[in-house]
Write a protein that binds this ligand. Structure first.
Ligand SMILES: Nc1nc2c(ncn2[C@@H]2O[C@H](COP(=O)(O)OP(=O)(O)OP(=O)(O)O)[C@@H](O)[C@H]2O)c(=O)[nH]1
Ligand SMILES: [Mg+2]
Ligand SMILES: [Zn+2]
Length: 327
């Protein structure tokens, strides 16, 4: 089984915990939740590993995702949908950060240390299999040098899909800085003995609310960001097809507006696949002063990409035939 804390393939040991038998990882010595081990086959792990510079929106993305998933539960869009934290840490993160956003506040910057993943069981997402989300939110400093990645983010080499969270409005020279992030990541993973060619890359452009003017020339994409609503999720086949189309539009934006040709070409050469999405975790919410609530836009798209990319190849081929979606 995959350890959710260090992502090593291990056989968990049994030990006596404070409240009964417990499972321990022989590689990292972490206590693994009984629910994770007991129903591993029914809810296999799906790793969401966020990579990106400081202050580019990783923590706020996860907070906004948890906030949205919480609200989805009572909505009618996915009638069978269920999300559940698997340990106390995860409950604290999910409910704590979602509550912060709900109260119009923002989470703090993430310290540079080996992050503890948030474990969230997901069931009933239409057209996707059930699973346990293992969310890694690492401090942005760890992605500034390959050495820092090797020291603090060893788990990245074992993730099947990696999310690059990039805030275009915060980049002075987007083409150069995008390429640098990619280069740092590919080098770091190679030094860890991993191979990015076995991973799928999802590039997530964050803070799309600050890009509204620059998206105007890209008609359909601008509208997609502005009118992001969860109502269309009720028809998942239609939604996934649209998401694939938007990935193409976002790549056009990256070429036309950011001149990121070199970044995209190098990414395609170094990963099993490259998809793009664009989100606004906060929408119109003002900067954490306790006024206003977030109005997230397209916040589920990266999750749907990760779930999609986590499916075995045969399942994806089958879905492609059924839905007519891209790669
Ligand atoms: N306008 C806008 N601002 C955002 C959005 N998401 C995040 N921000 C702003 O960006 C800041 C940094 O976001 P974080 O999620 O903390 O960034 P991070 O990538 O986790 O940063 P580190 O933990 O330092 O690596 C937040 O405090 C917000 O002010 C968004 O969707 N729209
Ligand atoms: Mg953070
Ligand atoms: Zn472990």
């Amino acid at each position: 089984m995959l350890c959710p804390f260090c992502l090593a393939e291990v056989t968990f040991g049994q030990t006596q915990g404070r409240s009964g038998p417990a499972h321990v990882c022989p590689a990292c010595q972490e206590y693994v939740p009984a629910l994770y081990v007991g129903e591993y086959r029914k809810f296999p792990p799906v790793v969401m590993s966020a990579v990106g510079y400081r202050q580019h929106g990783k923590t706020v993305y996860f907070a906004s995702l948890f906030y949205t998933l919480k609200r989805l539960k009572v909505a009618t869009h996915w009638p069978k949908f269920l999300a559940m934290g698997l340990n106390e840490d995860s409950l604290d993160t999910v409910y704590g950060n979602a509550a912060l956003l709900e109260g119009g506040r923002l989470p703090h910057s993430t310290p540079k240390n080996f992050p503890r993943p948030t474990l969230l069981r997901l069931a009933g997402v239409p057209k996707q299999r059930d699973g346990t989300l293992v969310c890694y939110d690492t401090g942005g400093e760890c992605f500034e040098q390959p050495e820092a990645l090797v020291q603090y983010a060893t788990f990245v080499k074992r993730a099947r899909t990696v999310l690059f969270l990039v805030s275009v409005p915060d980049l002075a020279d987007p083409a150069r800085e995008l390429y640098k992030l990619l280069n740092t990541y590919v080098l770091g993973v190679a030094r860890l003995g991993g191979d990015t060619k076995a991973q799928h890359l999802v590039v997530v452009f964050t803070k799309a609310d600050r890009l509204a003017d620059r998206l105007k020339p890209y008609g359909e994409l601008g509208l997609y960001q502005e009118h992001g609503s969860i109502a269309r999720l009720a028809d998942p086949a239609d939604y996934l097809a649209q998401m694939h189309r938007m990935s193409g539009r976002i790549q056009e934006f990256a070429l036309g507006e950011l001149h990121a040709d070199h970044f995209l070409e190098t990414a395609r050469a170094n990963f099993a696949s490259v998809s793009c999405s664009m989100i606004s975790a906060l929408g119109g919410m003002s900067a954490g002063d306790g006024t206003g609530k977030p109005v997230p836009r397209r916040i589920l798209d990266p999750l749907l990409w990760v779930l999609d990319r986590s499916l075995p190849q045969w399942h994806r081929e089958w879905k492609k035939l059924l839905l007519g979606t891209g790669r």
